[in-house]
Design a protein around this ligand. Structure first.
Ligand code: GLN
Length: 507
């Protein structure tokens, strides 16, 4: 049941072959099975059961419960939920209980979705592994001790389990959400994406991860990392489900002045989508140092598949790509240092036991409750923003950001969509990943993902094939702003064509 599509579940609920309560219990049971992966920081059993019963009430009275009725979803722990702890995986917010819902959470609930829990993440969404969390690291379900099988349709391909102590990272920073979806605990999950945090874990967990266009989905109630780049992200097992969730949550929100007022048309995915009219760009700068052969092969294979089907596939150049990561890092740290200023122990956040002076109270609260990564970014950001450095770093980075955005605008004059890798390698082993610090890891992990955030473009990661170690390899599609319709149509065409196996956990 948990591997069906949202539309199939809707039908089963309508026909009375399934109740929302049964579905909710299946999800909670599955969450318990994968407990050792540490995907959830909190399960919301009671709320979920109440919401599911409400959906069943609607169904019994034949009233419409919304397009997500009964569908179980998980929410990254940086989205505010009324009355529910929202920790951002940080000691700083360990006892923060918001009194309101993020708009995206509200829209899911209004559409009848059943939120089963909050998911683990890197502290304040800074990272690419979900290893830097006060709740401990999240493990990937792929290569984990949980027994699972891979299936194509009804055919079982492989029985897989434990690679002993070799845990695989979930990717980050929305690793908990990606693992929850990949394990079939729930149909969809919210991530957030500033430089790749939805696409990176989706890629490593073999699921679909969408970063919508900046301004198409409200950030109200998403605890900010980098306001000019943050977008709520959507993780699901299929492109169809991703589109369904996007249709539920997107659109203008008067509480977020950066959402656009124009109508965002619902995405309609057609079975007879014609790929032959599509012009696909392969930006040569994404063929970068460190790109593993297995990813390169997947990339050229998918480009060939598109060409054979009649799409026009051309190599293009986006000359500022290699500057993007340094530029992202400067802008990220500047905005982080400004955003994090609110956590002073008085206005917001953890308060240290310090009564000597206000200054000392700020210092102790912040040094006790932020991890090294957050403190490092605040220090760097403040340095870049010093009056004597402002022009040299911040203003310079803004100029480079403009050039990167212009690379995209130029690309759209000759192609409809870009095909690139999402990550440079298969999902790394935890012990390998931890050998490098957060900053060095982010510089490699975000290479292909963060340019789209600099330009605001929608981008989606989708799984393509398995590596020799039977781990997922994914690619990324990027489209012009507000072209999610084309983005997801091409992605669904590829999803059908490449037939990536589905991961099943036996209950
Ligand atoms: N790795 C990126 C960073 O640490 C990803 C951030 C994100 O998308 N939330 O900045």
């Amino acid at each position: 049941m948990l591997t069906l599509k949202i539309s199939e579940i809707a039908q089963k609920l309508q026909e009375g072959k399934l109740s929302a309560l049964e579905l909710c219990k299946m999800s909670l049971k599955r969450a318990d099975i994968i407990k050792s992966l540490n995907a959830f920081v909190k399960l919301l059993e009671n709320n979920a059961v109440t919401d599911a019963k409400n959906v069943d009430l609607h169904l019994s009275k034949n009233t419409y419960g919304g397009m997500m009725q009964g569908i179980t979803v998980a929410v990254k722990d940086n989205f505010c939920m009324d009355g529910v702890e929202t920790t951002c995986s940080s000691k700083m917010l360990s006892d923060f209980v918001p009194s309101y819902n993020a708009t995206i959470v509200q829209r899911l609930q209004d559409a009848g979705a059943v939120i089963i829990g909050k998911t683990n993440m890197d502290e304040f969404a800074m990272g690419s592994g979900t290893v830097d969390s006060i709740h401990g690291p999240t493990k990937n379900v792929w290569g984990s001790e949980i027994p699972y099988v891979l299936k194509k349709g009804n055919v079982t391909l492989k029985h897989l389990c434990s690679r002993e102590a070799d845990n695989i990272i979930a990717g980050g920073s929305s690793g908990g959400s990606a693992v929850a979806v990949a394990s079939g605990v729930c149909f969809g999950a919210l991530g957030s994406d500033t430089g790749g945090s939805t696409r990176n874990p989706a890629s490593y967990c073999g699921v679909v991860g969408l970063k919508p266009t900046y301004g198409s989905v409200s950030r109200y109630g998403l605890i900010p990392l980098v306001n000019s780049m943050d977008v709520p992200g959507i993780i699901a097992r299929s492109v169809e489900d991703t589109a369904c969730i996007f249709n539920t949550v997107s659109g203008f929100d008067e509480k977020d002045s950066t959402t656009v007022e124009k109508d965002i048309l619902p995405i309609v995915l057609r079975d007879d989508f014609n790929i032959s009219g599509i012009r696909v760009g392969i930006p040569k700068e994404y063929h970068c140092y460190g790109l593993a052969e297995v990813v390169l092969n997947a990339w050229s294979h998918v480009a060939d598949v598109l060409e054979e089907a009649g799409a026009t596939v051309v190599q293009i150049s986006m000359p500022h790509t290699s500057y993007s990561i340094a530029c992202y890092s400067v802008l990220n740290q500047c905005e982080v240092s400004s955003n994090m200023a609110r956590y002073d122990g008085l206005e917001f956040g953890y308060r240290a036991l310090q009564q000597n002076s206000t200054e000392q109270l700020y210092a102790d609260s912040r040094s006790n409750a932020f991890n090294d990564v957050v403190r490092g970014r605040i220090l760097a950001g403040n340095y870049f923003l010093l009056q004597k450095n402002y022009e040299k770093y911040f203003v310079q980075a803004l100029k480079v950001r403009r050039l990167i955005a212009e690379d995209f605008v130029k690309a759209w004059s000759s192609v409809d969509i870009l095909l690139t890798p999402t990550t440079l390698t298969e999902p790394p082993l935890m012990k390998q990943f931890l050998q490098l610090d957060n900053r060095t890891q982010s510089a490699t992990q975000d290479y292909c993902t963060q340019p789209a955030n600099m330009a605001g473009c929608p981008a989606v990661s989708f799984p393509v094939c398995l590596s020799h170690n039977n781990l997922p390899i994914s690619l990324q599609l990027i489209a012009p702003n507000f072209c999610e319709q084309t983005l997801l149509s091409v992605c669904q065409w590829l999803e059908k064509t490449v037939q990536f196996p589905c991961l099943h956990i036996e209950d």
